[in-house]
Design a protein around this ligand. Sequence first.
Ligand SMILES: [Zn+2]
Length: 310
Amino acid sequence: MNSATMYGAIAEKLLRGETIILDGAIGTEILRRNVSWADHQLADRPEVVRSIHEDYIRAGADVLSTNSFQLCRRAFDNHFRDVAHRRHIGAVDLDERANRMLAASVRLTLEARQRTVAPRPVAVAAAVTTLEWCFRPDLAPSAEQARAEYREIFQVVKDAGADLILLETVNSIPEARAALEVANDIGMPCWISFVPDERGRLFTGETFPQAVAELEPRGVDAILLNCAPPDDITAGMVELASHAHVPIGAYAHIGRFDPPEWLFTAEYPPPRYREVAAHWKQIGKRNGGRILGGCCGTTPEHITALATLR
Ligand SMILES: [Zn+2]
């Protein structure tokens, strides 16, 4: 199946009101397997990354997300005074390293799909997050600047063969809108996932009804919530579900953020996580198709448990 067909199969299931299972964490799963997260392990230990994708296929995921958290030119440039300074003192490949790693993250996920037999279509989503730090909307670039940078990123993942864009951990509506316009322009399906706060709003104070009103007329394929504790996700889902007409979804993190790594806790073993996700599915009943997965701290065992919610 080509990209359009692969995503088309997932979109059709959503249209029929079926539940789509998204994978779990990649970055924290690399850590849990006692491998450091330096360089995303795309170059040094590609087999570790690929085997995690394969485990998520075996666990029942319909959509795999690439190991590409904050892989963008800006993430490297932010270490320097300006581009001239980077060229002066930085490693010589920094100019194209982000794009090279981004393409590699897509390629590894496609390889995992090819190597693992699944009795269902499995789509590859290029995971892209905010251009600046995902919990800091105050740092976001202008819409014009964001469009230019997303255009570069989305073209790289499209050329590498991704089936859709999963823009995740988004903290403001303007940045989501800028990215969606670019995805439309280059012809990529786009799911947008926001990070909710404990009141069930965006970090900017914007609301999910506002997000729906901005994104649905522009053709967003699904709206999700991610990278917050399960209770915050639930609060956001209630807001989102009452206004959205497109498929909605959720994937919470479990444990605690311990920068730059992750603190695993035993609070949400797979059966308990499944219970919370079943509640999200129930909340989104009116919206038809729903998407359920796991963010930081979740494992293939969590996805195996979620897959029983189909
Ligand atoms: Zn997360």
